[in-house]
Design a protein around this ligand. Structure first.
Ligand SMILES: *[C@@H]1O[C@H](CO)[C@@H](O)[C@H](O)[C@H]1NC(C)=O
Ligand SMILES: *[C@@H]1O[C@H](CO)[C@@H](O)[C@H](O)[C@H]1NC(C)=O
Length: 496
């Protein structure tokens, strides 16, 4: 079979397969966008920039900005909070721009700098919520500054709130790498929640009261039986890792959300109403208000989750190089958990998953265990950012929301008190799907070499094991296609 014919057959078979997450950006090594080559060279010489020490961890999309956090685990990280401009000329490996500025990322400046940021969250009031954990280093951690919540106005890029956690919020082992928001009907009525992974606590912060308090519960502890991890061919134990992935549901009939959470070393999902978390007086005497939701299944360690307005939860499955889903209206058990996408190369350690205002899913993968426990190969792609419309990811899975769920979430979004803060209902419609098959036919006959290189490797059917997730026959191929199509469709989608 000639190469062209082979590619044609490949395309035909791909066309009927499910398209899942699309790779938008990929890097062998990160780099920063210095004002000029000279200042970059100076940064390298002074040790301010050591690209090989940078590992991206968190992402968040707000309008034309895609935020990327890079913890200062090693030396040479010029900025911990950064963004990529989505409307700049497309580059497959864009350089990072510090946010809000270079100065606003100064290490050791506890007044106006940021030291280490993990996951970040934008809200409906155009604010970006950023917890600076104040640390420098990984094995040998220095606490440079106290835990400080920073909130930025995304329209002006000004910091509009700085709140230092109370000493009572923190214990000697505290490690907080995540955040969830609980947005009420007004911008004032916003709470943020922070899971203390190694101190086994959950901290509530009220924007209105500018105050925080800390919950303790045995459900924040790890399950000692599942502390063994096998990822990227490495075996290691993260047996002490407690509450980590957290996300608030849409507002329920009683006016409160449900905060879902799971310890990292655990396969169990728990929940608590935000009615409890919002009330400082509930810090004690609320043991029974925390609920066991169910068990996801074997090999379902997770660090990042998000629940969309229709009630579908997405979460990373770090053991399986996959993104999982669960429709929260169904009982949580392995049969009701599906894999929305899986890729044993591209999704090794999916470190963050987000859904933006337009129901588009964003995923970062970063091979974190290799970075921490071994060494990354910088001749290979190590970091990737994927995106896909949520409805497309859920297609054909047990997680698809029912028409009633879609209707209900549309009504929530439409209700008068909320309408100022939520995206209009049109965004609940499935977004135009960016298919690679729009590629003009001449590309084939011209035998464009880059085209061949991109398509053929992706053709390899996925080796998927569904032992733990019996009901998910849908992901057979992963038809990722780096990027050229995406710009066009992104523009169409933005203007829709
Ligand atoms: C650990 O940190 C301390 C203080 O910053 C420093 O003096 C020491 O050299 C560091 N050790 C290692 C192994 O990095
Ligand atoms: C919020 O609390 C912090 C204390 O961490 C204080 O410095 C700041 O001025 C307060 N902000 C407002 C708006 O009250």
């Amino acid at each position: 079979m000639s190469l062209n014919l082979f590619i044609l057959c490949t395309l035909v078979s791909l066309a009927s397969a499910t398209v899942r997450l699309q790779e938008l950006y990929a890097w062998n090594v990160l780099d920063w966008d210095y004002p000029d080559q000279y200042s970059r060279q100076q940064a390298i010489q002074s040790g301010a920039l050591i690209p090989e020490n940078a590992l991206p961890v968190g992402i968040e999309r707000w309008r034309n900005k895609l935020f990327v956090s890079v913890p200062r685990w090693k030396a040479g990280i010029p900025a911990t909070l950064n963004y990529i401009s989505l409307d700049a000329a497309y580059e497959p490996s864009p350089k990072l721009t510090p946010y809000p500025s270079w100065a606003g990322n100064e290490l050791g400046n506890c007044d106006s700098g940021l030291n280490t940021v993990y996951r970040i969250k934008a809200d409906k009031c155009d604010r970006l919520w950023v917890l600076d954990v104040g640390t420098y280093g990984y094995d040998n951690v220095t606490n440079v500054c106290p835990y400080t919540l920073n909130v930025y106005d995304l329209n002006t890029d000004q910091r509009i709130r700085k709140y230092v956690f109370r000493p009572e919020d923190i214990v000697s082992t505290t490690f907080i790498a995540n955040i969830a928001l609980d947005e009420g009907p007004t911008c004032e009525d916003t709470f943020a929640y922070f899971p203390d992974e190694l101190g086994y606590g959950l901290i509530s912060y009220s924007w209105k009261q500018n105050k925080s308090w800390r919950f303790s519960h045995s459900y924040f502890f790890p399950d000692p039986l599942v502390g063994d991890f096998n990822i990227a061919g490495l075996n290691f134990q993260w047996g002490a890792e407690g509450i980590f992935g957290i996300s608030a549901s849409s507002i329920g009939p009683d006016g409160f959300r449900t905060l879902y959470f799971s310890p990292l070393s655990s396969h169990t999902e728990f929940a608590v109403s935000t009615r409890i978390l919002r009330d400082e007086s509930k810090v004690s005497g609320s043991y029974r208000d925390f609920k066991v939701v169910g068990v996801r299944g074997q090999d379902s360690h997770t660090t990042s989750k998000v629940v969309d307005e229709s009630g579908v939860q997405l979460f990373n499955l770090i053991d399986q190089n996959a993104i999982g889903c669960w429709n929260t209206e169904l009982p949580l058990k392995p049969q009701n958990v599906a894999i929305a996408d899986k890729d044993d190369v591209g999704l090794v350690f999916p470190s963050d998953v987000k859904i933006d205002d337009q129901r588009r899913v964003w995923v970062m993968s970063d091979r974190m265990p290799v970075f921490l426990e071994a060494e990354l190969d910088y001749s290979d792609i190590n970091f990737r950012i994927f995106t896909a419309p949520l409805d497309m990811l859920l297609q054909g899975t047990v997680c698809q929301p029912s028409p009633a769920q879609k209707y209900k979430s549309a009504k929530v979004l439409q209700s008068p008190g909320l309408s100022a803060y939520y995206e209009p209902v049109k965004n609940l419609q499935p977004q135009p799907v960016p298919f690679m098959y729009n590629a003009p036919a001449p590309m084939l006959s011209q035998g464009n070499p880059s085209f061949n290189m991109q398509i053929v490797p992706n053709f390899v059917p996925k080796v998927t094991s569904y032992i733990n997730f019996p009901k998910q026959p849908t992901v057979q191929f992963n038809t990722r296609q780096p990027n050229k199509w995406w710009r066009k469709n992104y523009d169409v989608y933005e203007n829709a």
